[in-house]
Design a binder for this molecule. Structure first.
Ligand SMILES: [Zn+2]
Length: 258
């Protein structure tokens, strides 16, 4: 594959959280990416079902995973990891929440690093260190960096839009900056969330839970463009497939942005 993609998911990051986190790099992302602050999560707005929809382009009602407990699909749909593997490509995942390992079928991921977020002050940053090392040494075709601490240590522990929550977003954005500075010429980069949150929870159909930001960095996207199309999690796997130049799965329900 001649093109490469890095997908960065910041768990529980609300659009207004990103806008108010105080990190000056957010303005730089608005200048250099095509983006929207009005993207859609899935119902239920819960981490595992949402990430499964993000990578498999079908709704939770279709893939059948409705909680954070993985169950094998009854009528299996291939996800982006399997599609990359089918054409001989290399996928890598870096994740701070252990259950996420089931997002790819055994064998589809060639490289994977799990960092227990609770074992260190900033697991997201340790994970980004790992991602940086593996991308520079192994150059995977598709890399997925999943940062959990905005959701866990920010929203659930302290409340959505609390100072601690906004601080976690800012740290995550520092990590995004590091990856774009280092790999922005080589990788197309997508930055997004899975769902939002309210009070100290999420999972409902409230706009605070359902509205998420999407940012797209790379030559296929117009810098500074505010995307007016309604984007949802379902559109991510088709967009990645198009960027990589590999086929979509025929059952995928989303549509590529490009
Ligand atoms: Zn959560």
């Amino acid at each position: 594959m001649d093109k490469k993609v890095l997908l960065i998911s910041i768990d529980g990051m609300r659009p207004d959280g990103l806008q108010q986190c105080g990190n000056p790099y957010v303005a730089e992302l608005e200048r250099t990416c095509a983006y929207t602050y009005a993207g859609s999560s899935m119902n239920p707005s819960v981490t595992f079902p949402c990430h499964f929809s993000m990578t498999h382009s079908v709704t939770p009602q279709r893939h059948g995973i409705l909680t954070n407990t993985y169950v094998p699909q009854v009528r299996p749909v291939k996800g982006i990891f399997e599609k990359v593997s089918d054409v001989g490509g290399v996928s890598a995942m870096f994740y701070g929440w252990e259950p996420l390992r089931d997002i790819a079928l055994p064998g589809a991921l060639k490289l994977a690093t799990y960092v227990n977020a609770y074992m260190q002050e900033s697991g997201d940053t340790v994970l980004t260190d790992e991602c940086e090392t593996v991308l520079s040494t192994h150059k995977p075709d598709f890399a997925f960096l999943y940062m959990v601490e905005t959701d866990e240590k920010g929203g659930h522990d302290n409340g959505w839009m609390s100072e601690a929550y906004l601080k976690r977003i800012s740290i995550a954005i520092d990590n995004v900056k590091r990856m774009i500075d280092r790999f922005g010429d080589e990788y197309r980069v997508i930055i997004m969330a899975d769902h939002g949150g309210h009070d100290r929870a999420h999972g409902t159909e409230m706009p605070e839970d359902m509205t998420i930001p999407f940012f797209f960095y790379g030559p296929e996207f117009t810098p500074g463009e505010i995307i007016d199309r309604k984007l949802s999690l379902l559109d991510i796997a088709p967009t990645i497939a198009k960027l990589l130049g590999i086929p979509c799965e025929h059952e995928w329900e989303g549509e590529s942005l490009i």
